[in-house]
Write a protein that binds this ligand. Structure first.
Ligand SMILES: *Cc1c(COP(=O)(O)O)cnc(C)c1O
Length: 366
């Protein structure tokens, strides 16, 4: 079957490779792994993911509901701030709630009295190459950091959540950060039942020392007598998905340009925010093109890539790494047709899961 482009294509057999590493880590270390829905919320593949993960974590009421309705296992609730009219539904749909501040914990102390509660702690160190994604940036609102203040509410909670890594592929730096966390918060962690170390550890990447990570996590859990959670987002879905597009036009304005039936701003916004090029494989050959989106944003450019042959209208291009922070950010800018969602099943069949229409565009505004 040929599907009309543009569409995101989730390849379950590649996804499964990541999931098998997650399963291995869980078995060897005893940690529980929860999918961070803010990174990836394409629920058509949740059944497969739930076979290898323990549940989901969330950043809002809608995410917590999605996790509860579509993903088997535990459902953790976290948000930078809950509103008064959300809290009942959040509690009704979660197994644990993690408050971002002592202020929120106190505000909802009565309502959440019988719930498993945790607090986000900001260790004021991090691994992140971007200030916009750095939880330890100056004046960060993400979590409490004052040990003495945290001590005053420790009896109201049974766990901490630390999230301070971002695409960290370096085990030693992760381990060093954990050392610092232990030095500062170890005496408090001894009084708790569970610790989440958040996401951002790139342990499904090629060559990552998975055994060393597993052993470090197991020792950490045993030292404090706690259940350890990880909250992988990107690591769970990395490389599993492509954005399939078609060339609509080519021109030469000093460089060879190819315009495709998609838009980086609408369909891969994360790359634009971080000023990164898209990825395209094999990216080899004698012909170089700047691949551009069809929105009217001047900088709607996926990147410059090499091709074996000249491009012409109708040619297909497959843009790599379109899962994490990509499908969750798609939008209707310029009214560009929203990519459909297709899944390559484990037997190789490609199945169309969702198509978006003019009516969806209209329904997104009023
Ligand atoms: C973003 C986030 C995650 C997932 O991060 P990845 O880098 O995608 O693994 C996990 N936990 C929290 C609290 C987050 O904010």
């Amino acid at each position: 079957m040929t599907l009309a482009t543009p569409y995101y294509l989730v390849d379950k057999s590649i996804l499964l490779k990541n999931l098998e590493k997650i399963s291995y880590l869980r078995q060897r270390s005893g940690v529980k792994c929860l999918l961070a829905l803010k990174c990836f919320a394409t629920w058509s593949v949740f059944d497969l993911m739930a076979e290898h993960m323990d549940g989901t974590t969330s950043s809002s009421l809608f995410e917590v509901r999605l996790g509860r309705e579509k993903f088997a296992g535990e459902t953790h609730a976290y948000s930078v701030a809950y509103a008064d009219d959300e809290i009942d539904e959040v509690l009704a749909n979660s197994d644990k709630i993690i408050f971002n501040s002592i202020g929120q914990l106190t505000r909802f102390a009565d309502k959440s009295a019988t719930h498993v509660r945790g607090l986000r702690v900001n260790p004021q160190i991090s691994y992140s190459s971007f200030i916009i994604a750095d939880p330890a940036r100056p004046y960060s609102r993400l979590g409490e950091w004052d040990v003495e203040r945290i001590d005053t509410v420790i009896d109201q909670i049974s766990g901490f959540m630390f999230h301070c890594n971002c695409e960290n592929a370096d085990f030693d730096s992760f381990s060093d950060i954990l050392d610092t966390i232990e030095e500062r918060f170890g005496h408090l962690m001894e009084r708790l039942d569970w610790i989440s170390l958040g996401g951002g550890i790139h342990f499904t990447g090629e060559g990552y020392p998975l055994d060393a990570l597993a052993d470090r996590l197991r020792a950490f859990g045993e030292r404090y007598g706690v259940t350890v959670y990880l909250e992988p987002g990107e690591a769970a879905v990395t490389k599993s998905t492509t954005l399939e597009v078609t060339v609509l036009d080519t021109l030469n304005n000093g460089k060879d340009l190819a315009i495709v039936d998609s838009s980086i701003e609408a369909h891969m916004l994360d790359l634009l925010i971080y000023r990164e090029s898209a990825k395209l494989h094999p990216n080899a050959g004698a012909h170089e093109y700047m691949v551009c989106g069809k929105s009217c944003l001047a900088g709607d450019i996926f990147g410059e890539f090499r091709f074996e042959t000249e491009l012409k209208p109708g040619d297909r291009i497959s843009i790599a790494d379109a899962a994490g922070y990509t499908m969750v950010k798609k939008n209707w800018f310029n009214g560009v047709r929203m990519p459909s969602i297709a899944v390559r099943q484990l037997d190789g069949r490609v199945e169309l899961m969702r198509q978006f229409t003019f009516d969806d565009y209209v329904a997104s505004l009023s």
